[in-house]
Design a protein around this ligand. Structure first.
Ligand SMILES: Nc1ncnc2c1ncn2[C@@H]1O[C@H](COP(=O)(O)OP(=O)(O)O)[C@@H](O)[C@H]1O
Ligand SMILES: O=C[C@H](O)COP(=O)(O)O
Length: 617
């Protein structure tokens, strides 16, 4: 694994890289605030704009695929963390309206989402927001979930297969179909059918290293090991195996794929080999040759199209994936889909920078050199109104309490940042500490420069403002969860008459507590996670249930008690197997599972709030 980089931090890198892409393709424009790239002009026949995106670190995905005949727009988050719903909403707007005047009918939008929790939550929320904001734009989505390596875990997890590099094949096929003027329903049906007929498997010879990240914990493979069942974000593979050479690795991959596609009609397939960024193209070319040989050795016809490039990387990871697309299976589906010629779509020209595929397929009968004979082996949470009696407490000046509490939360988050990174490196993609820290730093800055107005006018607006600040800087699963939680808390508090500009009254505290419970309830609309699934819910549920205690209570001790319950919940995730989130992909021994980083981070926020409150006494 190379840990030397040209840039020594990822700060500003994503934007700069997008700017570089715009320099390479004059038909693109960049909306820097949302990190969205879009085609400035589109063919008037195009009725549907196909868009995609996700965390950065996968370049040339997706910026390299924006162009006529492929994506109309894309949006990037931070490295390995989903963009926020706000960013995605802008990308949808740009895709629907770019280049059109106010009298023109906007394009409909088809969103291609890779199956990762942060992406599902943030893209899902953005689509909901866009539907209400732009009622004349029809929006639908296709979720790519091509990874076969987690299928054996399916019954015990709720996450489903991950999206791997097959995503780019989906972008090419749907982008070309939309360019031909297809309607949204057709593109959606075709996309679902493509996903149903797409399978991938990845391997890694080593993880990648993210510029600026600590080195500890980043070298997880011994010299003689490789990982099978690798994702796109440096998360650990499903199994470590002894490195015995190309023959063994390719055999395992091909056999694994063929095992899950036994019902496919194999005379109509596409082979798609993706370099995760750190393999030499010399080796990848040889791998293509060997994979075709392995298929032929099993009596299978050569794939009708073969592709190999760095389509969707994991920074500089020395690894790759192999995907198979069952074209016959796609054509067998609904009548509307059957009329679509997959090969014509793959061969169609595009102005996207990074699509690599020859147009020679249209003209030449495909001929591979001989292969060897021998082959080796909300929401607007409905606010739950409860009666609570609170003992009367002295009224205290609010602004300094609020400011200290918020500052306390941010400072505590920054204290645990590296702990979160360490835990998330072991069980996830390592970005959890950075995501929490980005939120904490942004709120601290807003507190210091006075843009976050702690004097009021109301709890609802204060919370909404914090949610807004966080949404700009926190992507990933955590960003989406905080967004949902805080917006729901704000909506719940807005139902109440809370003038918090002067004093912190028992009544306003009880409104806050009830709002927190309502916000937890609204999270349930978007995630199936409950206690025991190893997520933030393991901290939030115990926290909320203490706050829900009825009867005479003194608010500050009750809050502190609730935070202790959250801490016990987060501690309880140590050694817990995950059913949701990226940790669900892992095969880590129970005793080696660190606490859940999300739950740990939530505890830090809560503990910081308490510390800030106590400092105000
Ligand atoms: N479906 C889910 N519901 C609630 N919390 C979840 C879910 N999936 C993951 N989490 C929480 O999110 C945390 C990871 O957040 P983050 O680092 O942003 O994830 P990612 O980088 O995979 O998007 C986990 O530690 C867990 O607490
Ligand atoms: O690159 C990251 C992907 O978009 C997945 O996002 P996530 O880690 O927030 O789930």
């Amino acid at each position: 694994m190379s840990v030397k980089h040209l840039y020594d931090s990822i700060d500003g890198l994503v934007l700069k890289s997008l700017q570089g892409t715009v320099s390479l393709n004059p038909s693109l424009s960049l909306d820097a605030a949302s990190k969205s790239l879009y085609l400035r002009t589109n063919s008037p026949h195009k009725r549907v704009a196909v868009i995609s995106g996700g965390g950065a670190g996968h370049e040339p995905a997706h910026a390299g695929y924006v162009g006529a005949g492929m994506l109309t727009a894309c949006v990037a988050g931070d490295v390995f963390a989903s963009p926020s719903a706000k960013q995605i909403l802008t990308a949808i707007k740009l895709a629907a309206f770019s280049g059109l005047d106010s009298t023109s009918t906007p394009r409909d939008v088809l969103v291609i989402i890779n199956n990762y929790t942060g992406d599902r939550l943030n893209f899902g929320l953005a689509i909901e927001k866009a539907r209400s904001k732009y009622p004349n734009v029809n929006i639908n989505s296709v979720v790519v979930a091509d990874d076969i390596s987690l299928l054996s875990q399916a019954p015990s997890t709720l996450v489903g297969p991950r999206g791997l590099a097959g995503n780019i094949l989906v972008c090419k096929l749907l982008g070309a179909l939309a360019e031909m003027g297809a309607a949204l329903d057709t593109v959606k049906a075709f996309g679902d059918s493509v996903v149903d007929n797409l399978r991938s498997v990845g391997v890694g010879l080593d993880p990648c290293h993210i510029p600026g990240r600590p080195l500890e914990g980043s070298a997880r493979l011994a010299v003689g090991e490789y990982e099978l069942g690798l994702g796109l974000h440096n998360e650990a593979g499903v199994a470590k195996r002894k490195l015995q050479g190309a023959d063994e690795i390719l055999e395992v991959m091909v056999v694994g794929l063929l095992d899950v596609v036994q019902d496919w009609q194999m005379d109509e397939t596409v082979l798609f080999v993706n370099n995760l960024g750190g393999m030499s193209q010399l080796e990848m070319g040889a791998a293509v040759y060997d994979i075709v040989a392995l298929l032929e050795a099993r009596g299978l016809p050569r794939p009708k199209r073969i592709y190999c490039s760095s389509y969707m990387t994991s920074l500089n990871a020395p690894g790759f994936s192999v995907s198979l697309l069952n074209v016959a299976g796609i054509h067998k589906n609904a009548e509307m889909v059957a009329k679509t010629d997959c090969y014509a779509l793959l061969d169609a020209s595009t102005t996207a920078l990074a699509w690599v595929g020859t147009s020679a397929w249209q003209h030449e009968k495909f001929n591979l050199p001989d292969t060897p004979n021998e082959t080796p082996a909300a929401s607007g949470a409905s606010f739950i109104r409860q009666r609570r009696d609170t003992v009367s407490q002295p009224r205290r000046e609010l602004p300094s309490i609020t400011k200290n509490a918020i500052r306390g939360a941010c400072v505590r988050v920054l204290e645990v940042r590296h702990e979160l990174t360490q835990y998330d490196t072991l069980v996830g993609d390592g970005d959890c500490g950075d995501t929490f820290a980005a939120g904490a730093n942004a709120v601290l800055k807003a507190l210091e420069d006075g843009t976050l107005d702690v004097k009021g006018p109301s709890l609802a607006l204060l919370v909404r403002h914090i949610a807004d600040i966080l949404e700009d800087v926190m992507g990933g699963t955590i960003g989406a969860l905080f967004g949902i939680f805080l917006n729901a808390l704000s909506s719940a508090a807005a139902d109440e008459d809370t003038d918090l500009s002067q004093t912190l009254s028992p009544e306003s505290i009880s409104i806050l507590f009830r709002g927190i419970q309502a916000a937890i309830t609204s999270l349930e609309l978007y995630t199936p996670a409950r206690v025991g699934d190893r997520t933030i819910m393991d901290a939030l549920y115990p926290f909320g249930s203490v706050l829900g205690v009825q009867g005479n209570v003194d608010s500050q001790p009750l809050f502190a008690e609730a935070v202790q319950a959250a801490r016990r919940g987060a501690e309880g995730t140590r050694g817990m197997q995950a059913r949701l989130g990226r940790a669900a992909y892992l095969n880590v021994r129970q005793e080696d599972m660190p606490p859940d980083p999300g739950a740990w981070g939530v505890c830090a926020v809560l503990e910081g709030l308490v510390r800030g409150l106590e400092e105000t006494k």
